[in-house]
Design a binder for this molecule. Sequence first.
Ligand code: HMG
Length: 392
Amino acid sequence: MTTPALGIQDITFATAHHRLDLDLLAQHLGIDPAKFSVGIGQEAMSLPAEDEDVVTMGATAAARILADNDVEGLRTLIFATESGIDQSKAAGVHVAALLGLPAQIRVLETKQACYSGAGALQLALGVVARHPEEKVLVIASDVARYDLDSPGEPTQGAAAVTFLVQADPALLEVEPASGVHTADVPDFWRPNHRVTALVEGKFSISAYMDALEGAWEDYRAHGGAAFEEIDAFCYHQPFTMMAVKAHQRLRRHVGASLPKAQVVEELAPTVGYNRVVGNSYTASVFLALLALLDGDADLTGQRIGIFSYGSGAVSEFFSVRVLPGYRAHLHRAEHAAQLAAREPVDVPRYRELHPGTAVSDAEQQANPRVTAGPYRFVGIEGGVRRYEATGA
Ligand code: HMG
């Protein structure tokens, strides 16, 4: 019996209602806007409205997948996030209810900083390998928040990526080889009482690059393709210049160095979404993949190398093959429309929307109706979070 290919049938993203242009933030901070647009490679960030969170963004992206695919056999939903909304209940349980999924489904949440979306993909492949007739919905959804006036501030953002994992997929085959790397490093973390992350910025950059070398070597040791057999590379992008730094490092590591300008050009097809959305933690590496897939180039048959890094730190390098006919399954128009529809805010409004440092202990909260999306976070009643479909 031949083993069927396993991989991704469909993938899409949703983002938040508001947008802050980083030129405005630079002006407010009295610094050269080129530090953001050129230095870290960011133009804008997505910001959730008061009635949006990881659940509403995740449900929005997941609804598109459910509408466009046969989901017979869907029995697992994995919600990957590092900005979860409860210490006990998986955010995916709210999503399952909003989407009207049958009760015969297992739902769980994964966490390991920005890595847990890629980790969820590997877990999903394990389920499908054991039960090829089953499908798994993975939702990677995050709101990245740093303190106001901190160096991390321009790297905030918000988005959810959702994908359907199954046997005989239409879009991407995930190759079996994968390289993993874990090191206990204090580069970025978020204690339970904080909404905003704590970070050692410069150290986090070097921890990321050390992890890349470690995961790459493990990928090669486990039968992964040689560098020159990989047609394109997608990196976790906390800010898009991080991908450039990482790829320069990998190129140097394998003895294929190129000048920075050429590496910038090489990665250009992967940065378009992250540049305007900001860091979306677990979703970020998949936004890089989506930018590449949604681009004009025909990628049929190509191998894409993917590096996921989650501070703390766990990382993985793996590869996918783009399947014939993949373009019929893309959501380019929805992605473009969604980005264009974001309502711009000025700096005073952005600062008002910023939740501050401490986690709120509110047990009663009524959220204003703002989002134009199909699901909203209504508020908190007696400590219970309430969500609803908006009809949009
Ligand atoms: P900073 O200290 O404000 O920035 O923080 P800088 O002074 O280092 O400048 C940044 C770059 O802009 C430099 O380029 C400057 O030269 C350049 P580089 O030396 O890096 O090539 N620059 C300019 N360029 C053009 N025109 C100008 C100009 N001025 C300066 N006028 C930092 C930067 C990234 C550290 C900060 O934003 C931060 O702390 N961010 C959050 C942490 C982060 O994103 N770390 C990335 C690796 S860890 C990771 O990816 C995991 C994460 O996603 C979390 C998770 O896993 O859950 C964060």
